[in-house]
Design a protein around this ligand. Structure first.
Ligand code: SAM
Length: 265
């Protein structure tokens, strides 16, 4: 996968997750464990109404809004996809949360926020898709204040994945460039942060992929009956990836984890 152009990967990823197909297959929360794992992340980071949080790659704003409602914290959500940011803005306006939650188009690898401007940074199911993970984690560390906390949840890889999981669609599906837990730890330490906790949540990944497979089959039937229009969506390729991904999870080659870290006070 070394021949992929980073800017094309980011644009493709943003376009895929801003599409109707992503919503239909994933719902509003684009990560395994949904609100339950987001709540767990909030507990680990000890969020309170006094915490200012940055949600990097916030998708449609589901987690940012959930965290505000659950913990009372102020959240800024940043995402590469304009369609997602617009959807997140609409949702926060409809919920009357505009004073507490804000959204902005941004690239995780070059965040448009000042140094030390957040108490906590979260990044759910997205670091694995960034072409330059070192730059992104360096940015997380830069925008955190001294004593601030980082919470990542992401796919983990152990060993070699099947060749069928090595392609752009698989990369965007958070699989092809998922890293071993030890590599995420090294990236975090390399950015000057200390890892404080990691938890395995692979059970949520099994549920997530199984649900996507079921929705894919249903969507294919609906598309066949012309009750659903998903232009240019490759059902065969998506089903193939879901099947191989589930197999990789069962073999222990793919997992899902939360990793927490802190910046020295
Ligand atoms: C799997 S989704 C996760 C979204 C959200 N965190 C959630 O859990 O619902 C990945 C998200 O990363 C965003 N993304 C991809 N590359 C990005 C980048 N370089 N900077 C910021 N966001 C990016 C995509 O637009 C997409 O919304």
């Amino acid at each position: 996968m070394t021949d992929l152009v980073p800017s094309a990967v980011k644009a493709c990823c943003a376009s895929a997750y801003g599409s109707d197909a992503a919503r239909m297959l994933l719902g509003d929360s684009f990560h395994p464990g949904g609100a339950e794992l987001t709540e767990r992340l909030g507990q680990i980071l000890e969020l309170t109404p006094a915490t200012r949080v940055l949600d990097v790659a916030a998708g449609r704003g589901t987690s940012a809004i959930f965290l505000t409602e659950r913990f009372g914290c102020e959240v800024v959500g940043a995402d590469y996809s304009l369609a997602n940011i617009e959807a997140a803005d609409r949702l926060s306006q409809a919920k009357g949360l505009c004073g507490k939650v804000a959204f902005q188009v941004a690239d995780a690898e070059g965040l448009p926020f000042p140094d030390s401007s957040f108490d906590a940074v979260i990044c759910e199911c997205a670091l694995c898709t960034f072409p330059d993970k070192e730059a992104a984690v360096r940015e997380f560390a830069r925008v955190l204040r001294a004593g601030g906390k980082l919470g990542i949840s992401d796919l983990t890889r152990d060993g070699v994945l099947a060749g069928e999981l090595d392609g752009l669609m698989s990369w965007i599906a958070c699989i092809a460039d998922a890293q071993p837990l030890s590599r995420y730890d090294a990236l975090i330490k390399g950015a000057g942060l200390s890892v404080t906790a990691s938890e395995d949540h692979t059970d949520h990944l099994v549920e997530f992929v199984t649900r996507i497979r079921t929705r894919l089959l249903a969507a294919e039937v609906m598309a066949g009956l012309q009750k659903l229009v998903l232009p240019a969506f490759d059902f065969e390729a998506a089903k193939h990836i879901a099947t191989y991904a589930l197999d990789a999870v069962k073999k222990g080659n793919l997992g899902y984890a939360i990793i927490a870290a802190s910046k020295a006070a």
